[in-house]
Design a protein around this ligand. Structure first.
Ligand code: ZN
Length: 132
């Protein structure tokens, strides 16, 4: 097992602040929660393990350099894109762009059904762009 430098541990703490939502992608442990389990970050310890309260009740940490997790949108659970949106609810929570759009539309007074219609239309547009 390799131990990360203090700088890496600090960068992990910035990347996974307490309360972040994460998804398990790989964990080599017979007790590991199933791949795809979501959880909430409790903190990062001094050897770079990300401590997670998994939604299935497990509390196993994701070990630095061994296990793989990724941040997900705390609202809908989809993987966070490289450039997530900032929630306008608290101006600090990072959410996916769809949820950012939903918040903006809700502030605009649009009801949920219409919001989903707009988001479906946005996806359709970007799918068409990609297939060209
Ligand atoms: Zn989302």
């Amino acid at each position: 097992m390799r131990f990360p430098s203090r700088e890496i541990v600090e960068s992990l703490r910035k990347k996974y602040p307490v309360g972040s939502r994460v998804e398990l992608l790989k964990m080599d442990d017979p007790q590991a929660p199933p791949i795809g389990t979501l959880g909430t970050v409790r903190g990062v310890d001094d050897i770079g393990s990300v401590m997670v309260n998994w939604d299935n009740g497990s509390g196993l940490s994701a070990a630095f350099g061994e296990d793989i997790i990724r941040k997900v949108c705390p609202v809908c659970g989809q993987p966070l894109p490289e450039h997530p949106a900032l929630s306008r609810r608290d101006n600090k929570t990072l959410i996916c762009s769809d949820c950012g759009t939903r918040e903006a539309l809700a502030d605009f007074g649009m009801d949920i059904e219409d919001q989903e219609g707009v988001i479906a239309a946005i996806h359709q547009l970007s799918d068409e762009k990609e297939s060209k």
